[in-house]
Design a protein around this ligand. Structure first.
Ligand SMILES: Nc1ncnc2c1ncn2[C@@H]1O[C@H](COP(=O)(O)OP(=O)(O)O)[C@@H](O)[C@H]1O
Ligand SMILES: [Mg+2]
Length: 275
């Protein structure tokens, strides 16, 4: 653990990546999104989840996935920007624990067969998630149509969830050439930024996880964190963590708005947009 944790008498790193699920911040719009994903899984629908980078899309999917009953569902999760159609199918087969084949047609058929076995024989529902979908090449996204077609030919053999940054809409799905995919979307989830009150609660839940004193950030420091992060969780994490480090170096037990601003400006100069 870094130095600031012991300075602030914390038991855990407050703004790291490994916050356990029960400490995740879950405002109403997030639990509602999770509820809609459960419904997508249950009814084997097609969903698109978009939002700005760092807004919590992958976290939402992970949380949703770990709550899915293992006896009833099989989750296939792919997150690879360089996914060519061939690797797309072999990636899915891999996750099913099957040897992947070299030829596209073959892998496609294998996947279809396997999904049928899971559904028919083992009574399991398949949920297929493609994260970072805004990076998918046209060819792979087109290939995705196959899964959709297949879905509509027979009766919904799997739930499909495309997850990506806002440009998945602006630069891909909105375009005419993706109309066939767009028209089949059953559920559209857009993750927004947190507002001021939510940013406060978000920080609170991370500080609770860390343990130690809970009133380290002053109200005006929290205002400043909100302003500098525009309510994006990943940026809130970065700013809060760096500010706690800075405060501990300065031997300050209280974080005020000047420290937050100093650190934010410094980070901005150093690392571009903090993302
Ligand atoms: N609901 C949440 N509760 C706690 N931390 C969160 C939450 N949502 C996001 N985070 C944190 O913010 C960071 C960015 O989230 P992530 O899901 O990777 O964003 P995205 O996939 O949209 O780029 C992660 O490090 C994660 O720990
Ligand atoms: Mg992500």
């Amino acid at each position: 653990m870094a130095m600031f944790e012991s300075f602030f008498e914390m038991e855990n790193t407050p703004f790291g990546r490994n916050v356990p699920p029960e400490y995740l911040y879950q405002p109403e719009h997030i639990s509602e999104a999770k509820g809609r994903l459960r419904y997508v899984a249950k009814d084997q629908l097609f969903a698109v989840v978009t939002g700005d980078p760092g807004c919590g899309k992958t976290t939402l999917i992970r949380d949703f996935a770990q709550e899915l009953p293992k006896d009833d569902y099989i989750l296939l999760y792919l997150s690879d920007s360089k996914l060519t159609p061939r690797w797309f199918y072999s990636g899915l087969l891999d996750q099913l624990g099957l040897e992947s084949r070299f030829y596209r047609g073959d892998a496609k058929r294998r996947l279809q067969e396997e999904v049928e076995i899971l559904r028919g024989g083992r009574n399991k529902k398949v949920v297929c998630v493609l994260d970072e979908a805004h990076l998918l090449e046209k060819e792979t996204l087109e290939e995705f149509r196959f899964l959709l077609n297949y879905r509509f030919d027979s009766m919904s053999p799997m739930a499909l969830i495309l997850v990506g940054q806002t440009e998945l809409w602006d630069q891909k799905l909105r375009l005419q050439r993706y109309a066939a995919i767009r028209q089949r979307i059953d559920v559209n989830i857009v993750l927004r930024h947190l507002d001021r009150a939510e940013t406060n609660k978000y920080i609170e839940s991370h500080m609770r996880y860390a343990g130690g004193r809970q009133d380290i950030f002053t109200d005006r420091a929290l205002d400043e964190v909100y302003k500098d992060s525009s309510g994006i969780p990943r940026m809130i994490n970065r700013i809060c963590e760096k500010t706690l480090m800075y405060a501990s170096q300065q031997q300050k037990r209280l974080v005020d708005e000047h420290m937050v601003r100093f650190v934010s400006e410094h980070e901005m100069l150093k690392g571009g947009d903090l993302r």
